[in-house]
Design a protein around this ligand. Sequence first.
Ligand code: FES
Ligand code: FES
Length: 162
Amino acid sequence: MEKTFAINVDGHEHTITADPAMPLLYALINEFGKKGPKFGCGLAQCGACIVLQDGVAVRSCVLPISAVSGRVRTLDGLGTEDEPHPLQKAFIAEEAGQCEYCVSGWIMTATALLEENPIRSDGEIRRALTGLKCRCGAHMAILRAIKRAAAEMAVAQGIQAR
Ligand code: FES
Ligand code: FES
């Protein structure tokens, strides 16, 4: 039976009436018009659908709408064309996206990691990204972009990246 849920996405309050088992990703794409998170595997195995739930990266393809709590943040709400987030700037600078289908997963996962603390070792970054997939094979450019953004975010906080 359908129920009505209230969800805050990218700072906006939404209500949606849906089957409680419907994945959050479906609501984000079909009801709220989000373009960042993508449907890849639908099985929590690729990361294309990742969004943040209260700052924690979650795979929205397997998160039932009834289990959503707190504030949801998507790639759409990260920055604007005039004021992109450091990760968005870095992905452009490093040409880290080819088809860009996977980009939401990498950027949102890195956002959670670097906003908690931008001083991260190579190993910490690689561990955080474990399980994410890029079928275009842009992994090295993606790593460069994340390190570039980490350095910018560290400088913005007045600390020196390692
Ligand atoms: S679409 Fe969610 S992990 Fe692949
Ligand atoms: S850039 Fe195409 S899947 Fe990653």
